[in-house]
Ligand binder design. Structure first.
Ligand code: HAM
Length: 475
């Protein structure tokens, strides 16, 4: 009796609780109708990378935890609170990458890029993972496009990377972007600044949150990242890094500002901007969109990291980089009515009737595709009327129909959707005829568009002239 009860209990415990199968918190599907925005961002980023001589690099989504502990920094929220960290079956301590910079530097060292022409300029695009509290614009899986230039310390590189970022926003038609800028010094000037900051914070310790009290001991600069109201009030009056830079950092920052002035790039000096990652030295910057809803989310950020290569085991090598949040760019684009990228759609539709025709249609489709003709179809459907209405919906210019008879005769019916006329052609003549008709239609469409444009210009000219004469008459 007892045994039977135990068996029942075991069975019950062994059964898995059924969960509703949906994306997990903070993760999203990007559906086909949203893709034109994402595609536009990818296209712009690829073009900018080519124009500014950045070569593409891809690196694993899973990396050793130590890479980020030593790179991004223990004591940062990204590493201490937000890491998706787990042990593999082999016992390795790994995590999902929360950002790209340490991985790029690891790759730089692992593949001996020090002997390449310096600076080595690399760009990447892909998902990053941070276990943060999700909200609009903040996701646990989000996409970053990043650019890293390793091996050059001249401030002209900092200016160029800022210029590159602004070009991306401009090309995406993202308006009202502001650049926030600061310099947080180097190993020469940071220790004395830290002392000042610690003494300032110690005097106001009671007003700090528990986390910041800890940060005060481990990593005082991180107090600037705290979002708690009482802590932001304390740091608002804190000593500013720019007032305590060494001669080298001061010179570097001044020349960066001169370069930015030279390219008419406006900026806001933000003494409280320190960025939440530990590797930064000298330049740090962030981009915001002046939001209608006062959004606090940066669309991108970056800075200089002159000790990161060394921290990860390499020889002293400077670096500077930037990454933008693609999810946030897309959100702004949607609100801004920016122009997404719509790929070309098929102008030919292939319809079939009956089993023999269905068999032939696969071959015909392949031939058309090989000839560079985009074709739409709904092969699962047998009803001609449904297929024709689908062709209409897709605005197909030509419909190719294969019926039982055509399948036997090795022929295709070509229906011109503009004129409504149709003719039967042997298979081997179809491609030539379709190409000829598509070309003719394209030329016609071009002519019509030109005519339309001329008509608009004439109307505009006439209205302007009318306005002019009315104004002159009034005078
Ligand atoms: P970051 O500021 O942590 O910098 O991230 C760069 C951008 O990624 C942010 O400005 C934001 O647009 C986007 N982002 C960050 N977290 C989220 C999130 N949870 N959801 C949506 N978007 C997010 C870095 O990651 C550095 N690696 C940038 C860098 C490159 N510095 C030098 N080189």
């Amino acid at each position: 009796m007892r045994k039977r009860k135990e068996n029942k209990k075991q069975k019950r415990n062994g059964r898995k609780k059924r969960v509703k199968l949906q994306t997990i918190r903070g993760m999203r599907d990007i559906l086909p109708f949203e893709q034109p925005y994402w595609q536009k961002v990818r296209k712009v980023i690829e073009k900018i990378a080519i124009d500014y001589n950045y070569r593409r690099i891809d690196f694993p989504i899973i990396e050793n935890v130590q890479l980020f502990e030593r790179g991004t920094g223990e004591g940062t929220d990204v590493v201490d609170k937000e890491l998706y960290r787990f042990k593999t079956k082999g016992g390795d301590d790994v995590c999902l990458r929360p950002e790209g910079t340490p991985s790029v530097v690891r790759a730089y060292l692992q593949h001996g890029m020090r002997v390449w022409h310096q600076p080595v300029k690399l760009s990447y695009y892909g998902p990053m993972y941070r276990y943060d509290r999700p909200q609009e614009g903040r996701y646990r899986e989000f996409f970053q496009a990043g650019f890293e230039a390793i091996g050059e310390q001249d401030a002209v590189l900092d200016a160029q990377i800022i210029q590159l970022a602004m070009q991306i926003f401009k090309k995406l038609k993202i308006k009202k972007v502001t650049l926030h800028l600061n310099s947080i010094g180097c190993s020469e000037c940071r220790p004395s600044y830290n002392k000042l900051l610690i003494s300032y914070l110690n005097n106001r310790k009671r007003s700090l949150c528990m986390d910041c009290k800890k940060r005060l001991k481990t990593n005082p600069l991180r107090v600037f990242d705290c979002k708690e109201e009482k802590c932001t009030q304390v740091v608002a009056q804190a000593p500013q890094t720019v007032d305590h830079l060494c001669a080298d950092c001061k010179k570097h920052f001044t020349s960066l500002l001169e370069y930015l002035d030279e390219i008419d790039m406006s900026y806001i000096l933000s003494p409280q901007l320190v960025r939440g990652l530990d590797y930064y030295t000298k330049t740090v910057f962030e981009f915001f969109v002046e939001g209608e809803n006062g959004s606090q989310d940066a669309i991108g950020g970056g800075g200089r990291y002159d000790y990161l290569v060394e921290k990860l085991g390499g020889a002293p090598t400077p670096g500077v980089g930037f990454a933008c949040g693609v999810d946030r760019l897309v959100n702004v684009m949607k609100k801004n009515d920016s122009n997404p990228y719509y790929p070309p759609t098929p102008k030919v539709y292939l319809a079939q009737l009956g089993d023999a025709a269905k068999k032939k249609s696969l071959r015909v489709f392949e031939e058309l595709e090989k000839a560079g003709i985009m074709v739409a179809e709904s092969f699962g459907r047998g009803n001609l009327r449904t297929q024709l209405s689908q062709a209409n919906k897709l605005k197909a210019e030509i419909v190719l129909i294969i019926g039982q008879r055509e399948a036997l005769d090795g022929a295709v019916i070509l229906k011109d959707m503009n004129s409504g006329g149709q003719e039967t052609l042997p298979f081997d003549k179809v491609i030539k005829e379709v190409k000829k008709r598509l070309k003719k239609n394209a030329e016609l469409a071009k002519k019509m568009a030109l005519k339309e444009q001329k008509k608009k210009q004439t109307t505009k000219r006439k209205t302007n002239n009318k306005r002019k004469t009315t104004r002159q008459r009034k005078k």
